[in-house]
Design a protein around this ligand. Structure first.
Ligand SMILES: O=C(O)CCC(=O)C(=O)O
Ligand SMILES: [Fe+2]
Length: 343
């Protein structure tokens, strides 16, 4: 099991006094340096709201395919909104060559997703189903988006305290051009996953600054141990949101915080059952349960120049990365996600 620290975030979500805030910021800082992931308790997005979001997600994915296709994800990676049917998106880790991408797609990610963003994001307008197809869905997602955005801004305040920055990082995300994603990994025969014929989500790091991840209780998320290169299971924690550092924040902090590679495989319970029963053959015909998760991706305002933050570099620890704009970097990564199968 991966050792992901659990931090009480009330000092930021409930605006408790300054001293507690510094302590919380230091705890998050340590988790981001060591693992790149942290679980936050008392994060301010209520349990009821999270449960409701999972309910809406289940309702959405239970609709017939031709109804879901009334909000289709456009071809290519630059407009990342709407519904993607299973097999459309294949996550890669820094693979930009078209032949390589097509090879990777031979093992499709067995998932479907729905993406939506900020209503003010003119560059990537949302793509909704007609209201009558799922009344109330759009309203709920817009308000859940606002809940998650508020948490991101509190986290940016905490990170600025951790680095003793003069100004909070929150204004660099002032437009909140974030992305809320509903993910459904359909049930599938265990051997297909175990033998690598299909994957749930391939190993990758996230592109932006911060990701929130709400998961159901099925499990299967794994994070890479940077020391050994092996993967460790992440156990879902009740009422806690998982937060991880994306590549842009790792660059911005000059590598101080880690953007850790992660993937989704079989739930750990299923794996240990097969070991006890003497290997994969013992479960031929067994099915892996459906899994639902809700990531929320934050990134900085598009024109923000990402270069080592004050305090993260010195003559002894020079800047490791070229400066990039937030927009330029994310577009390059997104293009690789959707490019070759659709061009
Ligand atoms: O479903 C999960 O638990 C992880 C999803 C994920 O890593 C992603 O969408 O970037
Ligand atoms: Fe991810």
């Amino acid at each position: 099991m991966a050792n992901i620290p659990i931090v009480d975030f009330s000092a930021y979500s409930h605006k408790i006094k300054h001293g507690d805030r510094t302590k919380t910021a230091k705890e998050i800082d340590e988790a981001f340096r060591n693992v790149g992931f942290v679980y936050l308790k008392n994060h301010g997005v209520s349990k009821e709201r999270v449960q409701k979001c999972f309910e809406w997600s289940r309702k959405f994915f239970a609709l017939p395919l031709d109804t879901k296709m009334r909000a289709p994800h456009p071809p290519g990676g630059s407009h990342h909104r709407g519904y993607s049917a299973p097999g459309l998106e294949k996550v890669s880790q820094h693979t930009y060559d078209a032949n390589e991408l097509n090879k990777l797609r031979e093992v499709p990610d067995h998932k479907e997703s729905f993406e939506c963003g900020n209503t003010t994001d003119a560059a990537q307008p949302n793509i909704w189903l007609p209201e009558a197809a799922l009344p109330g869905f759009r309203d709920f997602m817009e308000s859940f988006f606002a809940d998650c955005s508020a948490l991101i801004h509190q986290l940016l305040d905490a990170l600025s305290v951790a680095l003793s920055l003069d100004n909070s990082l929150s204004p660099t995300h002032s437009r909140s051009h974030f992305q809320l994603r509903l993910l459904h990994y359909p049930s599938l025969p265990f051997p297909e996953l175990a033998q690598g014929k299909r994957s749930r989500i391939n190993a990758h790091s996230d592109f932006g600054t911060l990701t929130l991840l709400f998961q159901d209780s099925v499990g299967g998320l794994e994070v890479e141990d940077p020391q050994t290169g092996g993967f460790r299971s992440v156990e879902p924690v009740d009422d806690a949101v998982l937060v991880n550092v994306g590549d842009l924040l790792a660059r911005w902090s000059n590598g101080w915080w880690k953007s850790t590679v992660h993937r989704v495989m079989s739930p750990p319970a299923l794996k240990s059952e097969t070991e006890e029963e003497g290997g994969v053959e013992a479960v031929v015909g067994g099915m892996v349960a459906d899994r639902y998760s809700i990531p929320f991706f934050a990134t900085a305002d598009p024109e923000t120049v990402i270069e080592a933050l004050p305090g993260c570099w010195s003559n002894e620890n020079p800047k490791k990365y070229e400066s990039v704009t937030a927009w330029g970097y994310v577009q390059m990564r997104m293009a690789a996600l959707y490019s070759s199968s659709q061009s």
